[in-house]
Design a protein around this ligand. Sequence first.
Ligand code: HEM
Length: 366
Amino acid sequence: MGVEVFDPFATTIRLIGEPGPAAALRAAGPIVRAEAPAGGPVWIVTEEVLARQALTDQRLVKDPAYAPPSWDRWAAGLEPTAAEQPSLTTLDGPTHAALRKAHAPLLTARRVQGYADRIAAIARDQLAAAAVDGLVDLMADFTTRFPLTVICELLGVPSDRVDQAVSACARMSTYGPDEFGAVMAAFADLAQAALVDGGMAAELRNRLPDGTSAHDLHYLLFGLIFASQITTDAALGFLVARVVGDPSDDLVREVLRRHPPAPFTLWRFARTEIELGGVRLPERAPVLVDIAGINTAGEGADLTFGAGPHYCIGAQLAQLELHAVAGVLAADFPEARLAVPYAELRRVDRGMQGSRLVELPVLLRG
Ligand code: HEM
């Protein structure tokens, strides 16, 4: 078993090319014990085969009801328990599978491909607007607004509500009982507005298991909106930083692998005492997979979107959005260039909150 080597959850800022904590974590072993942000031990899986095993192990569950009893929900950034809030990210087994089935046709490769032209048009409009000011920090607004505009349009949230989505997502980084209730109300409002339209939100409602409450539907729609923003936002920064001046087809996959916006999976907890990779984990042991470490180990592994039953439901949409932006930059902004050398770009790693560029100053018209 590994030992605690450093704090992999600390917020740190480093240059884009500087090695991060992933390599040190991996060097400590295939499953490493570290100190959890909310206190007590967490076991981090750093090896691909063991990670895939963990991500399909039914003894490891998402339900925060199994979190260590000493954890403060707010300090740990936990979702409500599955009993309080059934959702894709709190359930496992048949109830999770039923929710996945309801979502299944909405975000398939073929289905999202049908929106490709529209998504490219959104990218074109928003980049053209950003280009007006000359020098622009794309991380300041574009990388957040673009994925939110796309997901709002697909779900049926009216376009004049995108600002509300931007501010609701921004408020998700402060986690406390009051803030959480208020932010959830803002998301519920967006969900309600979407349901008036005949978009994917209404389609999802019609496909959900009988007895799903309006509250539960709102939470699922919140999940789609927030999960699509926090990840794609970060991925866009790393991608655009590479794409300007260097467009090539394989870049999206390569950039995602090298800079996975979710460096760790979400929490899983041992339902009972288990053995994983030769290590005994106590009941309620928290377990994470070190996506960044596994991806960057240089053996072609790719866990950017997870694996197993909780594999990212938006993976096709996210990649389409990234390709759309790369394509629009190449076609409409061939002169675009970074306003600082690539190597001087800084990234912030925020543990479970993910990694993103601090800023991305670009001259879109060269
Ligand atoms: C580059 C962009 C993205 C990355 C890197 C990413 C990454 C991930 C990862 C690693 C997981 C699995 C977490 C775990 O097993 O603990 C996940 C799950 C999920 N993602 Fe994404 N994601 C991205 C974009 C999106 C988008 C665009 C959407 C919505 C349209 C989305 C919705 C979800 C949802 C709802 C889940 C939970 C699935 C489940 O638990 O069954 N993601 N994502």
